[in-house]
Ligand binder design. Structure first.
Ligand code: ADP
Ligand code: ASP
Ligand code: MG
Length: 406
C-alpha cells in the first residue's frame, strides 16, 4: 500500500516525539508499505515565529511572512528524516517546492494548484521514506507560499490525491473527531464515522482538528481520511468518509466554535442597487473572506450592514472600509474583535423542525446574547461575545445530549 501520514505540531513537539513518530513510520514501512510523511512545525514554532515577527513590524510584507513561517516545517522534516535513518531505514526530506507542490501566488493563503509527483515517485521507487514539509508550496515563479494556518492537513490530502494513495492518516493530539472540542467539553463523545459534508462544516466552523480545505479535497476526490492519535497508535480514531444513504440517527452531530472572528458594522449605508457589491468586491480584492453578512431593515433610504471576517484579517479589512467610506457614503463604522462563532452541525437537522429553537434556548438559559445568526440545511451559527463562547458550547452540547451518544 501507499500510505500518506501527517503528524501535527504537538506530535513532533520534542525530540522524543520525533523519535516515536520515526518508529511508527519505520514499522509501517517494514510492513511493506510505501510511506510519505507530512509534518508540521514542532510544537508552537509557528506561533513563536509570528510573535518574533510582531516584534519587528506590525505591517510585514506577505512574501516575507511566508519566507519566515515556512522555516518551521523545514526544521521538523530534516529532524524526522534523521531520526528515521537512525533506525536503519533510508529517508529523504523535501520542502513543499522540492516535493513538487505548486500553488497560486496568494501569499499566506495559497491554494495548491498541482503536484508534480515525479521526484516523490522516484524517491519512493528507490525504497525511501519521503518526509514532506506541510503547509507550504511554491508559485510558478518559485516563490515560497504557505497555505494558511493549519494547512499541513491540506498538504497531506493533496499528496494522497496526487499519489493515488491507498490510505491518508492524520495523526494528532486527540484520538479522533469528537462531538465538540474535547478541550472545552471533556464529556464530548468520539465519532466513529463522520461524513465529508459534516466534517467540512465542522472544520469550516472552527473545529481546528482538520483544515477545511483538506476535507474539501477529500470530498471532491472521495478519499477517506483516518484521524488518529499520535500518542497512542493502537487507538482506532475516526474515519471521515462518504456514509451510506441510510437515514441518520443524530439530528445534531456536533458543536463547533471559532474564536478567530471579528465583526465590522457599517452604519447609514445608502439603500440602492450596487452598494453591497461595491463593498464586498473591495474586500474580495484584498483576499478577505467575508463570513456572515446581515443587513438591517431600511429606514429613510439607509440601512446598516454588519459582517464577520477572520480576526487575522481585521486590520486589512478596516483599511478597506476606511478607503471606501466616502465613495459608498456610509456615515460611520465600528468593529468588535471579541466575538466568536458557535455552531451546531448535523445532516439530520434539515428534516427536524425546532433544532435552531433548541439551540437558542440553550443560549438563553445561560444568558448569552446572540449578535448574529446564519443557517444552512446542515448548520446553525450564532455570533456571541468571545468570553461566553465556551459556556455557550457547553450548554448547547448538554442540551442536545451529545455526551451520551455511543
Ligand atoms: P495538529 O497540530 O495535530 O494539527 P490541531 O491543534 O490543529 O492539531 O488540532 C487538534 C485539536 O483540535 C485538538 O487538540 C482539539 O482541541 C481541537 N478540536 C476542536 N474541535 C474538535 C473536535 N470536534 N474533535 C476533536 N478535536 C477538536
Ligand atoms: N505549522 C502550521 C501552523 O501552525 C501548519 C500546521 O500546523 O498545519 O499553522
Ligand atoms: Mg492542525
Amino acid at each position: 500500500m501507499l500510505i500518506v501520514q501527517k503528524f501535527g505540531g504537538s506530535s513532533v513537539g520534542t525530540p522524543e516525539r520525533i523519535k516515536r513518530v520515526a518508529q511508527k513510520v519505520v514499522e509501517d514501512h517494514r510492513a511493506g508499505n510505501k510511506m510519505v510523511v507530512v509534518v508540521s512545525a514542532m510544537g508552537d514554532t509557528t506561533d513563536e515565529l509570528v510573535s518574533l515577527m510582531k516584534e519587528i513590524t506590525s505591517n510585514p510584507s506577505e512574501r516575507e511572512v511566508d519566507m519566515l513561517l515556512s522555516t518551521g516545517e523545514q526544521v521538523s522534516i530534516s529532524l524526522l528524516a534523521m531520526a528515521i535513518k537512525e533506525l536503519g531505514c533510508d529517508a529523504v526530506s523535501l520542502t513543499g517546492g522540492q516535493a513538487g507542490v505548486k500553488t497560486s501566488n496568494i501569499h499566506n493563503k495559497a491554494k495548491i494548484k498541482d503536484i508534480d509527483a515525479t521526484r516523490l515517485n522516484t524517491q519512493l521507487d528507490l525504497g525511501k521514506i519521503v518526509v514532506v514539509a506541510g503547509f507550504q508550496g511554491v508559485t510558478p515563479e518559485n516563490e515560497i507560499t504557505t497555505l494558511g494556518r493549519g494547512g499541513s492537513d491540506t498538504s497531506a490530502v493533496a499528496l494522497a490525491v496526487a499519489l493515488n494513495a491507498d490510505l491518508c492518516e492524520i495523526y494528532t493530539d486527540v484520538d479522533g473527531v469528537y462531538t465538540t472540542d474535547p478541550r472545552v467539553v471533556p464529556e464530548a463523545s468520539k465519532l466513529k464515522y463522520v461524513s465529508h459534508d459534516e466534517m467540512l462544516e465542522f472544520a469550516s466552523l472552527g473545529a481546528q482538528i482538520l483544515h477545511p480545505r483538506s476535507v474539501e479535497l477529500a470530498k471532491i476526490y472521495n478519499i477517506p481520511i483516518a484521524v488518529r492519535s499520535s500518542f497512542d497508535f493502537s487507538k482506532e480514531g475516526t474515519i471521515v468518509q462518504e456514509v451510506s444513504k441510510m437515514e441518520k440517527e443524530l439530528v445534531v452531530s456536533g458543536v463547533a466554535h471559532d474564536d478567530n472572528a471579528a465583526r465590522i458594522g457599517l452604519y447609514d449605508v445608502p439603500d440602492k442597487p450596487g452598494i453591497a457589491s461595491a463593498i464586498f468586491r473591495s474586500l474580495a480584492a484584498k483576499n478577505i473572506d467575508v463570513d456572515m453578512i446581515i443587513q438591517s431593515a431600511v429606514r429613510n433610504k439607509v440601512n446598516d450592514i454588519s459582517f464577520t471576517i477572520a480576526r487575522d484579517d481585521l486590520r486589512k479589512a478596516l483599511s478597506v472600509v476606511e478607503e471606501i467610506q466616502e465613495k459608498i457614503g456610509f456615515s460611520r463604522y465600528a468593529h468588535d474583535e471579541d466575538v466568536s462563532k458557535v455552531s451546531i452541525i448535523g445532516s439530520g437537522m434539515v428534516s427536524n423542525p425546532g433544532v435552531a429553537a433548541t439551540m437558542f434556548e440553550a443560549l438563553a438559559g445561560e444568558g448569552v446574547n446572540i449578535e448574529m445568526i446564519t443557517t444552512s440545511e446542515i448548520k446553525v451559527s450564532c455570533v456571541v461575545k468571545s468570553k461566553q463562547a465556551n459556556q455557550a458550547v457547553k450548554a448547547i452540547h448538554r442540551k442536545f445530549e451529545l455526551d451520551a451518544i455511543e
